[in-house]
Ligand binder design. Structure first.
Ligand SMILES: Cc1cc2nc3c(=O)[nH]c(=O)nc-3n(C[C@H](O)[C@H](O)[C@H](O)COP(=O)(O)OP(=O)(O)OC[C@H]3O[C@@H](n4cnc5c(N)ncnc54)[C@H](O)[C@@H]3O)c2cc1C
Length: 382
């Protein structure tokens, strides 16, 4: 038997899970390679707490070099192009051939899609989260506007979570009467994927904290001073601190390879995550997994990881001649409320008809589960 070459593009949740699972199920005749431009990756789920000093950067990161301990070949390199006909990737170091390819490069942010957004703050990557953290240290009073530009974006609860974490933070500093928090979404209700009941509960939780929620209002523009945010419904808000969630799109190398479908993302079989190309799978934020209501599964680390595990297992099954498994779409996402309180958006996202999802109350037990998740992530168990 000649060894197969499994190449994974991307060392985030999806790529690591695929590489880890395939490696554990395959003999050493087969090579598992993971390629990422970065050596160290960050846990984005920590950013809403990191901006208020409740998480630290180093503890929210992991080094991909450690994958070698698990028998995975890690290459720090940039994938410049993908050729599915010749089954090769072009990298800055040369060509890389594959028998199986797992695309897990995540989504990129188009900061220019919203005019003026560079004048606003964000927390959607490590650099912007660090900048916002510095700003919050000295922010004493005024109006904070958190706005989502467009669907889809990573982790649907994150903007609402951040609004509540900020409310808790300013209360702790005795500044609650000096601060006004607004959060806007292009959707008709916050966290629409979880349905009207969960949305109503989330709105109640936010209103109890004095947070004003604006729906059907995507961010259209930020003034050059960063002091005014205009929305798609024609309204606008003055802001002392504007925070935007950027427009997301698939990475250029994936788009240029003709792998993006009419949804704007890589379309895959909802159970196997296989693309239309032989031997090519796509997991995580880069794909569009249709739920029963036709909408895409939320872009979240828990799903990227679950999809990666299914793909890793199925590549091994194809090589070993064993039975494949199917992606279930059952999962949960944490939503921090500040302090030691964490709730969950949990359920069967791929249920027949429509997602069956609930928002669980925020508890100290939820925080312990979140901390466990963060520890597991650092140790490459997720
Ligand atoms: C503020 C915030 C809070 C969040 N909270 C949660 C949460 O509580 N729970 C949850 O489940 N999810 C959460 N998420 C979402 C989660 O972080 C993403 O869904 C997850 O990271 C997606 O994983 P991925 O493997 O698809 O991509 P990524 O994690 O983005 O990894 C992609 C990797 O591919 C590499 N790459 C891309 N292109 C190339 C190339 N051409 N060459 C080489 N390398 C390349 C990148 O360097 C990157 O390391 C949150 C996200 C944000 C922004």
């Amino acid at each position: 038997m000649t060894g197969k070459r499994i190449v994974v593009l991307g060392g985030g949740f999806g790529g690591v899970a695929a590489a880890r699972t395939a490696r554990a199920l395959l003999s050493r005749d087969h090579q598992v390679t993971l390629i990422d431009r970065k050596k160290r990756t960050y846990l984005c789920g920590a950013f809403p707490l990191l901006i208020v000093g409740e998480r630290e950067l180093l503890k929210s990161s992991r080094s991909l070099g450690l994958l070698a301990n698990r028998g995975i070949r890690y290459l720090q390199d940039e994938v410049q192009s993908i050729d599915t006909a010749s089954m090769t990737l072009e990298t800055s170091e040369g060509k890389l051939e594959y028998d199986y390819l797992v695309l897990a490069p995540g989504a990129v942010y188009d900061w220019d899609a919203v005019p003026g957004a560079e004048a606003a703050y964000s927390f959607y990557d490590m650099e912007s989260a660090r900048r916002l953290r510095r700003r919050l240290r000295t922010f004493r009073k005024g109006r904070i506007v958190i706005g989502v530009a467009r669907m889809p974006y990573k982790c649907p609860p994150a903007p609402f979570e951040t609004a509540m974490v900020l409310s808790w933070f300013f209360k702790g500093r005795g500044q609650q009467d000096e601060i006004e928090i607004h959060v806007s979404t292009p959707e008709p209700m916050p966290l629409a994927v979880a349905g009207p009941e969960a949305a109503a509960r989330l709105v109640r939780d936010m209103e109890r904290r004095g947070i004003e929620v604006h729906t059907d209002a995507g961010v259209k523009e930020v003034s050059p001073s960063g002091r005014e945010v205009a929305f798609t419904d024609g309204t606008s808000l003055e802001a002392d601190l504007a925070i935007t969630i950027p427009v997301h799109s698939p990475p250029q190398a994936v788009a240029a390879a003709g792998l993006v479908g009419s949804s704007g993302w890589v379309e895959v079989d909802r159970r196997t995550l296989q693309t239309g190309m032989p031997g090519v799978f796509a997991v995580g934020d880069v794909n569009m997994v249709p739920m029963a209501n036709g909408r895409g599964l939320p872009k979240a680390g828990v799903f990227a990881s679950g999809e990666g595990e299914v793909v890793g297992a199925n590549i091994a099954a194809a090589i070993n001649g064993t039975d494949p498994v199917a992606f279930s779409g059952v999962g949960h996402c944490f939503i921090a409320y500040g302090g030691d309180r964490v709730g969950m958006v949990a359920g069967d996202f791929m249920a027949e008809g429509k997602p069956r999802v609930e928002l669980t109350p925020a508890t100290a037990r939820g925080m312990r589960a979140k901390e466990r998740f963060e520890r597991d992530w650092r140790r490459f168990r997720i």
